[in-house]
Design a binder for this molecule. Structure first.
Ligand code: KG4
Ligand code: ZN
Length: 338
């Protein structure tokens, strides 16, 4: 079976064609970073308009790359939520309409399920059950995954998402949007331990996260210590280390609590090299393993939507004819795929 995937929930237009026997046949991505950079964050209306411009040309490019056409498709998957409502509506209306016109089923995909299953696009994929740490710009979640659609949320952020905290702290350090990867780069120049920030919510039981205090700690340090280039790098280092330590402590706790030895990390922040290294070392010590997607599939992309859509399509879980988006959509509301 073959499916077209459309991702348009935020500031990336991602299109992919996935075949359940041959794997990923095409993958096209357009990032709107330049459109939003001047504003220091995503402007929803500009995002919607850019998705309108890019979606169809990228679908055409994907067909060319896969050397196939609409007649070879068995379905179309689109991100129906969570995300920006206008942006979601673009992918939803294009995906749903093309499926109607081509007389094939459409599948409404949950964006975070896409991230969660992205490591399964790799050859060395995790088996169920596993614990997943989802760390993106909009969400931070610890999930016990017993199977596809069998998600138990063990903890989540009570305020900023991990990626959001990276982006806001990067902005305070004078870095461009999105600042996560730029802050990580600056941190490589930082002197370890010149500053030490708190590891929020690690001194009490539970698996929830809080990151907004770390951003305030960074803001206060910038105010008090000045902001010469070395100080900025030292603050970036202290911030990144505090976030990574906090995430690692919570992962260890979740693995112990569930008795599971497989850890998956996914979402934009899982591209962070230091985070990957820390969790690799931790899992070695626990005789377990960590799995993550290739870097380009950590951030938003169409391949993860095509893959998640394929699992739902094979289970017959297809979308009705009306065009419905779910800007807020709890992950644990999804039906299981048996
Ligand atoms: O998953 P994603 O593309 O979008 C959402 O679903 O939100 O995640 C984007 C987030 C941004 O906040 C970005 O700064 C962060 O992931 N990010 C990183 C890195 N690469 C992307 N944060 C830290 N280190 C990185 N290397
Ligand atoms: Zn995402």
């Amino acid at each position: 079976m073959r499916i077209l995937g459309i991702e348009s929930s935020c500031d990336e237009t991602g299109i992919a064609i996935y075949d359940d026997e041959q794997g990923l046949l095409a993958h096209q991505l357009y990032s709107q970073v330049k459109v939003h950079a001047d504003y220091g964050g995503v402007v929803p209306e500009l995002a919607s308009r850019d998705h309108v411009r890019k979606t169809i040309p990228l679908i055409e490019a994907a067909f060319e790359q896969a050397n196939c056409g609409p007649e070879s498709l068995d379905g179309i998957a689109y991100t129906a939520g969570p995300g920006l409502v206008g942006a979601l509506l673009v992918g939803t209306s294009i995906g749903r309409s093309l499926a109607f016109g081509w007389n094939i089923p459409a599948v409404a995909v949950h964006h975070m399920e896409g991230h969660l299953l992205a490591p399964m696009l790799e050859e060395d994929k995790p088996e169920f059950p596993f614990v997943a740490l989802l760390v993106s710009g909009g969400h931070t979640m610890m999930v016990k995954v017993a199977g596809i659609g069998e998600y138990e949320i063990l903890g989540e952020s009570v305020d900023d998402a991990a990626g959001e905290a990276f982006d806001k702290t990067a902005k305070l350090l004078g870095l461009d949007y999105p600042g996560g990867p730029l802050l990580a780069k600056l941190a490589t120049q930082g002197v370890p331990d010149r500053f030490v920030f708190p590891r929020p919510m690690t001194d009490r039981p539970g698996l929830d996260f809080s990151f907004s205090g770390l951003k305030t700690a960074a803001a206060n340090t910038i105010k008090n210590e000045g902001s010469d280039e070395q100080t900025k790098a030292d603050i970036a280092h202290a911030f990144q280390t505090a976030v990574i330590d906090t995430l690692a402590i919570k992962c260890k706790r979740a693995l112990k609590q569930t008795g599971i030895k497989r850890l998956v990390i996914a979402g934009g922040v899982s591209a962070n090299i230091e985070l990957r290294g820390k969790l690799e070392r931790m899992m070695q010590g626990m005789q377990g393993r960590v799995y993550y997607p290739r870097t380009e599939f950590c951030t938003d992309n169409g391949a993860m939507i095509a893959f998640a859509g394929m699992q739902r399509l094979k289970a017959g879980q297809v979308a009705p004819l009306d065009m419905k988006t779910q800007p807020r959509w709890p992950l644990d509301n999804l039906p299981p795929v048996s």
